[in-house]
Design a binder for this molecule. Structure first.
Ligand code: GAR
Length: 188
């Protein structure tokens, strides 16, 4: 099973996934894609001898060439690990049921356009939520609305601030995202 990881930023999740599957003989990360040519995610890929691809919004929106690249590499699952651009419908229909996303809240709360990274955590703080967490879900045409695969939560108190929420979410992501991908692959 070949996976492609898409990421836009520092790439801590890309690193976690690469490390988790490093010794796996059947699940291979064959490509890391980013819309940011200086993304940490691409550096993690390079350090692990994984092919890297920097794309821009126009290439993503064109969809067919990038889908062809993924098919040539026999990619069967596309994992959005902190990827902030919307996946176009053409792309989704080429990889039906084979694109998943990590979102740093308990969807359906705090999802949708503009809800990414710290924007999500600030909204969670502002709403005085008693808990937050992560959601791993299939990607459909609407931001953060695809079928939920799994969710993991963490308690919040009035002592929490942006830094502690980020830390709690990163902990959940490291602990649960890679094994959830593995469990899903075994079901596909
Ligand atoms: C992660 O917390 C991920 O859940 C979030 O971006 C961060 C990327 O961190 N994704 C979204 O907000 C998607 N809507 P990373 O670059 O260190 O993996």
């Amino acid at each position: 099973m070949n996976l492609a990881l898409f990421a836009s930023g520092t790439g801590s999740n890309v690193k976690n996934i690469i490390d988790f599957f490093k010794k796996n003989e059947t699940i291979n990360i064959v490509l890391v894609v980013s819309n940011n040519s200086s993304a940490g995610a691409l550096i993690h890929a390079k350090n692990n001898d994984i092919e890297q691809l920097a794309i821009d919004k126009a290439i993503l929106n064109e969809s067919i060439p990038i889908c062809e690249t993924l098919h040539e590499l026999e990619v069967e699952l596309v994992v959005l690990a902190g990827f902030l651009l919307k996946i176009p419908e053409k792309f989704i229909s080429n990889f039906k049921g084979k694109i998943i996303n990590l979102h740093p809240s308990l969807l359906p709360k705090f999802g949708g356009k503009g809800m990414y990274g710290n924007n999500v955590h600030k909204a969670v703080l502002g709403a005085k939520e008693k808990k937050t967490g992560i959601t791993i879900h299939f990607v459909n045409e609407n931001y953060d609305e695809g079928a939920i695969i799994d969710q993991f939560e963490t308690a919040l108190s009035n002592k929490d601030d942006l830094d502690t929420i980020v830390e709690k979410i990163k902990k959940l992501e490291k602990l649960y995202f890679p094994p959830t991908i593995e469990r899903l692959i075994h079901k596909l």
